[in-house]
Design a protein around this ligand. Sequence first.
Ligand SMILES: CC(C)(COP(=O)(O)OP(=O)(O)OC[C@H]1O[C@@H](n2cnc3c(N)ncnc32)[C@H](O)[C@@H]1OP(=O)(O)O)[C@@H](O)C(=O)NCCC(=O)NCCS
Length: 121
Amino acid sequence: MKIITHENLWWWGKSYTMIADDGKSMIELAIEDDEERNYFGTIQSLLVHESVRQQGRGNVMLMFAEEKAKKLGLKQVVLCARKGTFLIPWYQRNGYEIYDENPEYSKGQTVAMNKYFEDKD
Ligand SMILES: CC(C)(COP(=O)(O)OP(=O)(O)OC[C@H]1O[C@@H](n2cnc3c(N)ncnc32)[C@H](O)[C@@H]1OP(=O)(O)O)[C@@H](O)C(=O)NCCC(=O)NCCS
């Protein structure tokens, strides 16, 4: 599987949409143009088509997005995961920690998680 990266410019910053060449999986990394915030990226829209789930693609896409974030010099990535799903323990196995149990925007449905690529200090 090859992953194609689209670089997108928006009024608020930049995003990278990474799509498998068969169209069956994607992930996005968004980086806002804000000097205080540009050291991190937000991972969103991780999707694997139902026909190819549980074959490791989710892991491949997540790792690809993290590598992109590292190459861009970001210090951390953040994401949201729905409560009560396998997603939270999966992200934890991949080094993510919950930093907000109740982000305001998600009306109690998700937790906010982050992963540092290097020591916080
Ligand atoms: C989340 C999603 C991308 C995972 O894709 P996937 O290709 O099936 O993931 P993988 O096969 O790489 O599995 C990733 C991990 O999750 C676990 N997992 C995957 N599906 C699971 C399920 N239905 N139940 C329990 N665990 C599951 C795997 O065991 C694996 O754990 P491991 O890495 O410790 O072995 C896919 O289910 C999906 O597109 N869901 C709908 C969209 C969504 O919820 N996106 C996440 C937004 S935060």
